[in-house]
Design a binder for this molecule. Structure first.
Ligand code: ADP
Ligand code: MG
Length: 351
């Protein structure tokens, strides 16, 4: 049995079906990231795990015990919210030790635990301050500290970094990653930020409208997206998707892309379909059989790299490159082995 198992979970709010037929198995020690657009049911799922929301149907089992009917306080789960949820009138020490006072620990044991946690999170010198005297990043550390001292079986994080500015966000991201390496605990982390998902997760769950689109390691999701939703959700700028109409299909294994004839042996291209290519896989230097001359519409300079926007017919093509470009017209090369093919239903075609 897996460490944590979800079986056929359903949840509706009145007639709004928010999570449906959710099935997932999590192994001990894994850092799982739930990634999906706003409103796809991520928070609702966390709240069901924590016991803050009733489950309509299905089972959640944590280390062989059924969570469904357990009181939140009996689940040994700690949740860290986006809004920190600190007690404003209590200092940092009190905030961190809050839950511990019910745990039959004596004063010294509590103090040791708080100090140890504060050390891990580098907030030892803040223990006397009130939340309003802390920066956003420090508040978030306190909220995490409170979760750590509970010594939970499972940590739940709901977009914990989304209130922080960009620099602090990447710093805290690294801290959370180190924390996981140190504690080796199970974490379920919700975000709509693909960079957080890629950098933190052992495995990512890509969610869409209450369903799982794909579950896999970051590399697997990036390299082998199952459908166009996943392909476009991971990667920045997003994957270029080019529609191949029926009229562009020359033969059952050959089609036209940018006026070039492309053959995929043993294919069966009868209907229209889609070709995807990542902006970072299009080259300006390494020549390949699919070469297209395009006009540059716009270049976004990000410093170390540039995003080049071009059009072919009416399809926008985005290219990532570190090259300095002076010309208005360039030749771009699409390596055939970097093309992703998707059928009419937007599911990946085997090639
Ligand atoms: P996410 O965290 O992925 O942004 P949520 O789980 O918060 O998504 O919400 C999913 C859907 O459920 C949304 O359509 C939201 O409006 C709805 N929803 C969430 N909580 C409630 C609630 N308590 N009552 C009614 N609808 C809710
Ligand atoms: Mg949410």
């Amino acid at each position: 049995m897996a460490f944590l198992e979800f079986t056929d979970i359903d949840k509706s709010f009145e007639d709004n079906n928010v999570v449906s037929n959710f099935n997932l198995k999590v192994e001990k020690g894994e850092f799982i990231v739930l990634l999906g657009p706003s409103g796809c049911g991520k928070t609702t799922l966390l709240r069901m795990i924590a016991g803050l929301e009733k489950i309509d149907k299905g089972k959640i089992i944590l280390e062989n015990s059924l969570l469904n009917d357990l009181l939140p306080s009996k689940r040994q789960i700690a949740m860290v919210f986006q809004s920190y949820a600190l007690y404003p009138h209590m200092n940092v020490f009190k905030n961190i030790s809050f839950g511990l006072t019910n745990d039959k620990l004596n004063k010294n044991e509590i103090k040791d635990k708080v100090l140890e946690t504060a050390k891990i999170l580098k907030i030892e010198e803040l223990l006397d301050r009130k939340p309003k005297e802390l920066s956003g990043g420090q508040r978030q550390r306190v909220a995490i500290g409170r979760a750590i001292t509970r010594n939970p079986k499972l940590f739940l994080f709901d977009e914990p970094l989304s209130n922080l500015d960009a620099a602090l966000r990447s710093e805290m991201r690294v801290e959370i990653s180190k924390l996981h390496k140190k504690l080796k605990s199970n974490i379920i982390y919700v975000t709509h930020d693909q960079i957080e998902a890629m950098t933190l997760a052992d495995k990512i769950v890509i969610m869409n409208k209450g369903n799982i689109e794909q579950f896999g390691s970051p590399d697997d999701i990036y390299n082998n997206p199952k459908n166009i939703f996943v392909a476009e959700f991971i990667g920045n700028p997003k994957m270029n998707i080019i529609k191949i109409d029926k009229k562009d299909i020359k033969d059952k294994d050959t089609f036209n892309l940018f006026n070039k004839s492309i053959k995929f042996e043993n294919s069966n291209f009868e209907n229209g379909f889609y070709v995807g290519i990542r902006p970072e896989d299009i080259s300006l230097e390494n020549k390949s059989e699919i070469a297209v001359e395009v006009n540059i519409e716009l270049i976004e300079n990000l410093g170390s790299e540039k995003i080049i926007f071009t059009y072919f017919n009416s399809t926008e093509i985005r290219i990532k490159s570190s090259k300095n470009i002076k010309d208005k017209k360039i030749t771009i090369y699409l390596p055939k082995n970097k093309l992703y093919l998707f059928d009419n239903n937007k599911n990946r075609l085997k090639t």
